[in-house]
Design a protein around this ligand. Structure first.
Ligand code: HEC
Length: 325
C-alpha cells in the first residue's frame, strides 16, 4: 500500500513543485518590469529635479545619459500596459549603452587616467569632471546614481526575459491579455508614475520654500571674514564640491556665466552682501542678474552651513583676484 501511494504521489508532487516554481518565475518576471519602470521614472524625475528645481546645468555626458534614460520611462510604461513580450529588447538596447555611458562618465570624474584617454570628450560647457552632488566624500556623484538606475533596469529586463521562458507564462498569456488585466496593469503603472513624479514635485516645492526662507539678511555682523589658510583650504573644498560645476575650476565660468574675475561684488562687495547672495541665490528675473541663468541658493545646496559660506566666499575672493598660480 505504502509503495503504491508513494509511486502515485511522487509525480504529482513534482508537478506541484514545477507549477509553483514556474509561478514564482512568472511573478518575478512581472515584478521586475515594474522595478524597471520605477527605476526609469526615479532617474528621469530626479535628473529633471536637479536641472529645473536646483538649477544644476547638465554637462555633455549627462545629456547623452538623459537621451538614453528618458525614453526608457515611456517604453517601460507602454511595454507593461500592452504586456509586450519583447519589451526587454527595447529596454536593453537603451539601458546597456546607458550603463556604459554612466560608467565612462563616472570613471572620467574619478580617474586622471580615463580623463587622459579622451581629453577632448567633454570640453564644451559645463565640465563633465565636476559634480554638483558629491555625497559620501565624493563617492556618490550624479553619473554614479545613473549607473545604478541603468544597472537595475538592465537586470530587471533580463529577469523579465528569463522568467518569461517559464511554461506558466506561456499558458497564462491569453488570460494576461484580457481587458481587465490590462486595466489593472495600467492602474499600477499610473500609480507608480504619479507617486514618483509627485514626490519630486513636493521636493521641488520644499526646495523653493527653503530658498525663500534662506533669504534672510545676515544677522550677525561678520565683516571682515577672518581669513586664514585653514579657512581658505575649507573654502576650496566647498567650492570644488558645490560651485565648480557652474563657476569652473579656476572661476572662469561655464556656459554663459561670466568669469568671477569680472564680479564687482566679489572684489568690492561687503561680506554681508556676498553671504546674502550665496544664501538666497539669484533668480533669473532678479534685476541684478547679468547672465540670464539662475544662481541657485547655496549653489543648489540650500541651507548650506554659514561656516561653509564664509569659507567659500574667502576662497572665491582669492580666485576673483585672478591669480594664475
Ligand atoms: C548651477 C549653477 C551655479 C552653481 C552651482 C553656483 N553658482 Fe554662483 N552663479 C551662477 C550664475 C548663473 C551666476 C550669475 C548670475 C547673474 O548672471 O547675475 C552666479 C554668480 C555668482 C557670484 C557673482 C555674483 C556677481 O554678480 O558678481 C558669486 C559670488 C557666486 N555665484 C558664488 C557661488 C558660490 C559660492 C557657489 C557655491 C556654493 C556657487 N556660486 C555655485 C550659477 C551657479
Amino acid at each position: 500500500m505504502d509503495t503504491i501511494n508513494r509511486g502515485l504521489s511522487e509525480p504529482a508532487d513534482d508537478n506541484v513543485e514545477a507549477a509553483a516554481e514556474s509561478r514564482l518565475l512568472h511573478v518575478i518576471g512581472q515584478t521586475s518590469r515594474y522595478i524597471a519602470l520605477l527605476a526609469a521614472w526615479v532617474a528621469t524625475s530626479g535628473s529633471l529635479y536637479m536641472s529645473e528645481a536646483l538649477g544644476w546645468i547638465p554637462c555633455l555626458l549627462c545629456w547623452y545619459q538623459r537621451i538614453l534614460m528618458y525614453p526608457l520611462a515611456l517604453i517601460a510604461a507602454l511595454g507593461i500596459v500592452t504586456n509586450d513580450r519583447r519589451m526587454y529588447r527595447y529596454v536593453l538596447v537603451l539601458a546597456v549603452p546607458g550603463m556604459g555611458m554612466s560608467l565612462y562618465h563616472y570613471l572620467y570624474q574619478k580617474s586622471d587616467f580615463v580623463r587622459g584617454l579622451f581629453p577632448s570628450s567633454c570640453v564644451v560647457g559645463v565640465p563633465c569632471s565636476a559634480d554638483y552632488l558629491n555625497w559620501f566624500g565624493g563617492v556618490v556623484t550624479i553619473p554614479f546614481l545613473a549607473l545604478i538606475a541603468f544597472t537595475v533596469i538592465v537586470l530587471a529586463a533580463i529577469a523579465s526575459r528569463l522568467a518569461d521562458d517559464s511554461e506558466y507564462a506561456a499558458e497564462d498569456a491569453p488570460a494576461e491579455s484580457n481587458p481587465q488585466a490590462r486595466v489593472a496593469r495600467m492602474v499600477i503603472v499610473l500609480l507608480i508614475i504619479a507617486g514618483v513624479v509627485g514626490a519630486f514635485l513636493l521636493a521641488a516645492g520644499a526646495n523653493a520654500q527653503a530658498q525663500v526662507a534662506a533669504a534672510r539678511p545676515a544677522t550677525t555682523p561678520v565683516s571682515p571674514i577672518a581669513v586664514s589658510p585653514a579657512l581658505l583650504a575649507k573654502g576650496k573644498a566647498v567650492y570644488e564640491s558645490a560651485c565648480v560645476g557652474c563657476h569652473g575650476p579656476a572661476g572662469e565660468g561655464v556656459a554663459s556665466i561670466r568669469p568671477i574675475t569680472e564680479s564687482a561684488l566679489l572684489r568690492s562687495g561687503t561680506d554681508e552682501e556676498l553671504i546674502q547672495l550665496v544664501r538666497m541665490g539669484r533668480r533669473v528675473n532678479d534685476p541684478h542678474n547679468v547672465s540670464g541663468l539662475a544662481m541657485p541658493a547655496g549653489g543648489g545646496q540650500a541651507g548650506m552651513a554659514d561656516e561653509d559660506i564664509l569659507a567659500v566666499i574667502a576662497y572665491m575672493r582669492v580666485l576673483a583676484q585672478g591669480r594664475s598660480d
